[in-house]
Design a protein around this ligand. Structure first.
Ligand code: NDP
Length: 489
């Protein structure tokens, strides 16, 4: 509720809930194998929960080791034919998938929000359109692969295993599947346990697009399903693993694949610095800070979770930020006016709570906005930590929630040093009025993506990926083709 200071008029948003009447969620989804939905070999189904209500949305098959074996066999059988298709034919399938995502975009957005808790405004305006854009983009590359790799002769890798997290379920599936298929590979995708539904709707889309059976397999399950896919069952391993998720699991996968000929790309965690210089347009910077950390409840690998403010404007930026945070609308993700939705799971909520408690114990000053949180579901109020030191856990570890930690700097050199003082290197933001300063700082930052006077902007034509413990390999644009190709000459 807002009271206008000049007129004294109090006003509020009317509820604007999106209807879920038009969507068709089945009670149960099997594994998508050989172009059909099938029961898992051991018959295990697990409910997926709406984190905003704690109500089950559907039951989903849980892929076991025998299902992994069947998936790899089905993919192997399909791969040669898929790779032998005319490039333009492969492109046509990708175009079809992209168009079908667009046609079913409203339904996909609602299901993404029900299953994962993110605000509908974000699923509708960002996740789903970008997922379609990735398929369009790589459809365009399918007959131009050589030009994406310096006119070398290339071949597909074969069968790729792809493991995605819960923060951008359909979008991460698109990031992974589109380039792999364009390059002539076939793929086995393992969605996250808490958000499998849009990947299963994508399986329906593959059926509608008449994609040949075995080209895409969707294997829902938990970490053990992912581990079987990585390690292979009975020595039957895939040719490449593409993983997005936590650094701990990424490390485990890298160790498991060391010494094998399975290729690997890892897109892992981050603790990205968002740097505000005194010459920046401060109101614009505040919008960027909010978008950088509160977008998708902070469940973003490249979230601007370490806010570095030049000392001379620290108080002003913090005052403006705190005022802006007070206007964030937290609550029902299905309401079109909601800015911050539900935390994805009870486990993630307890991780956030534990790190926030550590921040308070270590002596940083915590401020969480005063907002009414729904009684059921998993919620965390947007939170600002000041007086944090670079050694505090909240300034070092990935919180993956709506929590920003403020550090300060005096000079450009100190800003660069502090920004690079991290075991991660995924992204950074720079806010300044001076173009030359932005370029100088950007080239000194050890981060895969650097945004200038904006944050969290994504485009299928741009490469994304990290340094250090944020992983290796690039996704997006022509750089995203290379990890799915063998260069033969
Ligand atoms: P995980 O890394 O565990 O999950 C990512 C994906 O890997 C999921 O599909 C998961 O399956 C699967 N997986 C889990 N264990 C294994 C394994 N041993 N071998 C192969 N695949 C596996 O992330 P969490 O969901 O546990 O989140 C923990 C923390 O990770 C978060 O708090 C956040 O800090 C960070 N994170 C970072 C992400 C990023 O994009 N950088 C994305 C997600 C999390 P399942 O979901 O079924 O367990």
């Amino acid at each position: 509720m807002t009271t206008h200071t000049r007129t004294g008029i109090t006003w509020d948003y009317a509820p604007a809930p999106e209807s879920a009447d038009h969507i068709r969620i089945q009670d149960r989804y099997g594994l998508f194998l050989d172009g059909e939905f099938k029961d898992p070999r051991d018959g295990r189904y697990v409910p997926t929960i709406n984190p905003a209500t704690e109500e089950p949305v559907a039951e989903v098959a849980h892929g076991g080791p025998d299902d992994v074996t069947a998936a790899v066999a089905s993919a192997r059988a399909a791969q040669a034919k898929w790779a032998a298709l005319e490039d333009l034919e492969r492109a046509k399938y990708l175009f079809r998938i992209a168009r079908l995502i667009q046609e079913r975009s409203r339904e996909l957005a609602v299901v993404e929000t029900l299953d994962g808790g993110k605000p509908l405004r974000e699923s509708r305006d960002v996740d789903i359109p970008l997922a379609a854009a990735h398929f369009f983009h790589y459809a365009g590359w399918a007959d131009k692969l050589r030009y994406g790799v310096n006119a070398r002769e290339v071949r597909p890798l074969g069968v790729v295993g792809q493991i995605v997290p819960w923060n951008f379920p359909l979008l991460m599936a698109a990031w992974k599947l589109a380039p792999a298929l364009a390059c002539g590979n076939v793929a086995i995708l393992k969605p996250a346990e808490t958000t499998p539904l849009t990947a299963l709707l994508l399986a329906e889309i593959c059926q509608e697009a008449e994609l040949p059976p075995g080209v895409v397999t969707i294997l829902p399950g938990d970490g053990s399903t992912g581990a079987s896919l990585v390690r292979g069952v009975g020595g039957n391993r895939v040719d490449k693993i593409a993983f997005t998720g936590s650094t701990a699991v990424g490390r485990d996968i890298q160790a498991a694949l060391a010494g094998t000929d399975t290729r690997l790309t890892l897109e892992l965690g981050g603790k990205s610095a968002n740097i505000v210089f005194e010459d920046a347009a401060l109101d614009q910077a505040v919008e960027g800070i909010v978008n950088g950390i509160f977008y998708n409840q902070g469940h973003v690998c490249c979230a601007g979770s370490r806010l570095l403010i030049q000392e001379s404007v620290r108080d002003e930026v913090i005052a403006k930020l705190w005022q802006r945070m007070g206007r964030l609308r937290v609550g029902d993700p299905m309401d079109k006016n909601t800015d911050v939705g539900a935390i994805n799971s009870a486990e993630q909520l307890s991780r956030i709570e534990a790190l926030v408690a550590a921040g308070e114990d270590e002596g940083a000053t915590r401020r969480s906005i005063d907002c009414e949180l729904p009684e059921r579901g998993y919620w965390f109020a947007p939170t600002l930590f000041t007086d944090a030191s670079p050694a505090h856990r909240i300034a070092v570890e990935e919180i993956f929630g709506p929590v920003v930690s403020v550090l300060t700097f005096r000079t450009q050199a100190e800003a660069i040093e502090k920004a690079n003082n991290s075991r991660y290197g995924l992204a950074a933001g720079i806010w300044t009025d001076k173009g030359a300063k932005a370029f100088e700082v950007a080239s000194a930052l050890k981060a895969g993506v650097v945004w200038q006077n904006t944050y969290n902007h994504f485009d299928p034509t741009a490469a994304f990926g990290g340094y250090k413990e944020s992983g290796f390999g690039r996704e997006g644009g022509p750089a995203g083709l290379r990890p799915y190709l063998n260069v033969v000459r």
